[in-house]
Design a protein around this ligand. Structure first.
Ligand SMILES: NC(=O)c1ccc[n+]([C@@H]2O[C@H](COP(=O)([O-])OP(=O)(O)OC[C@H]3O[C@@H](n4cnc5c(N)ncnc54)[C@H](OP(=O)(O)O)[C@@H]3O)[C@@H](O)[C@H]2O)c1
Length: 342
């Protein structure tokens, strides 16, 4: 990143041994983030082990309040409980916590930011900035260009979410169950309530008591409204866990205040930063997680008018560990530096 404000920053990665933390470390180096000192933090269990950063080993330390002394940016990719106790400690010490958990997302004092959409929200930060859920980011990135053409009234969405959305334990569960099935054994259960190998689970873990929705589903409604600053948008959803290692997909039916044609939508989507359109059904060209894994783009295809209404269908895929998590968090820090906020 080239920037007039190129002072080196002291950076902490909390959850450095986890699925998102590893990608944060890789992307900080890949994006040439101005890292002076790097602190890799995790639980007591991992203290003393090492992680890789920019081709060298970095020793992992336990995440305690003292570990944030002098830190400019702390990327939080651990547990919600840890963010709740430690993020204020960073703010208190003059640093900025950029949090990947759901803990602060709906807090009125905390900006919830996708830099391509609502970067101005960063101006009001008080030391904690929240990243939306991995599913929400791809969702709002593919709605924003359409929203600029015509206000959105409602969206009906079904997501197909990768096991890495549940972190390393989800990836390990899929791998273990594939091995068990290949050996003729019944899949053993640890993370998910039913086998994920060769299956699709119409429930992403946590259930809310009321209404029978998972927390994953409810996030899509409330986070979307906060990011867009529009409480009138209705989102109806089902989130499905699928046996894909990395990459979330979503089928979306979008209702706008005036009809938007597929051609108009494709043009607006293709012009939007961070979105790519792959949409040539006659050649069987459409985006899949194979195209997006390891990349930052949100890819959109199958843009078509609904057969029985003026609504639009979209198919959208993104890498949940990159734009859905690490990339978005680092973009937030880059935007804050650009704005002279840190
Ligand atoms: N995976 C995704 O696609 C995704 C996307 C968006 C947001 N998120 C959010 O990002 C966060 C991390 O998710 P993940 O998928 O990377 O999970 P993960 O693979 O399970 O990693 C969890 C990380 O948190 C650390 N940790 C756990 N308990 C801790 C404690 N008490 N003190 C310090 N560190 C602790 C772990 O350290 P040890 O190795 O020491 O246990 C590990 O580094 C979660 O809040 C998740 O909701 C994930």
């Amino acid at each position: 990143m080239s920037d007039a404000n190129d002072r080196k920053r002291t950076v902490a990665v909390v959850g450095a041994t986890g699925a998102v933390g590893e990608v944060v470390l890789r992307l900080l180096a890949e994006r040439d983030f101005p890292v002076g000192e790097l602190r890799a933090l995790a639980s007591e269990r991992s203290a003393g082990t090492t992680v890789q950063f920019a081709g060298r080993d970095v020793e992992v330390a336990e995440a305690t309040p003292d570990a944030f002394e002098g830190v400019d940016f702390a990327f939080f990719a651990a547990t919600g409980g840890l963010s709740k106790t430690l993020a204020p400690e960073i703010a208190k010490r003059g640093g900025v916590a950029i949090d990947k958990s759901s803990t602060w997302r709906l807090d009125e004092q905390v900006p919830l930011v996708v830099p391509e959409i609502n970067p101005e929200a960063l101006e009001k930060h008080k030391g904690i900035v929240s990243c939306p859920n991995c599913t929400t980011i791809g969702f709002v990135m593919s709605l924003e260009p359409i929203r600029k053409l015509a206000p959105i009234k409602s969206v009906v969405v079904t997501t197909l979410q990768a096991v890495s959305g549940t972190g390393k334990p989800g990836i390990e569960e899929l791998e273990r169950q594939k091995g068990e099935l290949a050996a003729g054994q019944a899949p053993s259960l640890d993370v998910y309530a039913a086998p994920i190998a060769e299956n699709a689970l119409p429930l992403c873990e946590s259930f809310l008591e009321e209404g029978g929705y998972s927390t994953e589903e409810v996030k899509l409604l409330h986070e979307t409204r906060k990011i867009f600053g529009d409480d009138s948008i209705d989102v109806s959803m089902t989130c499905v866990r699928v046996p894909v290692p990395v990459g979330h997909s979503a089928a979306m039916l979008v209702e706008t205040e005036r009809p938007v044609s597929p051609e108009e939508a494709r043009e607006a989507l293709a012009a939007f930063p961070g979105v790519e359109v792959v949409d040539d059904p006659s050649q069987n060209r459409f985006p899949t997680v194979y195209d997006v894994t390891g990349r930052d783009a949100v890819m959109v295809g199958r843009v078509r008018k609904d057969l029985v209404s003026d609504k639009l269908w979209l198919w959208q895929v993104s890498d949940n560990l990159r734009k859905g998590a690490a990339t978005n968090a680092i973009q937030i820090a880059e935007e804050m530096m650009r704005r002279g906020l840190k």
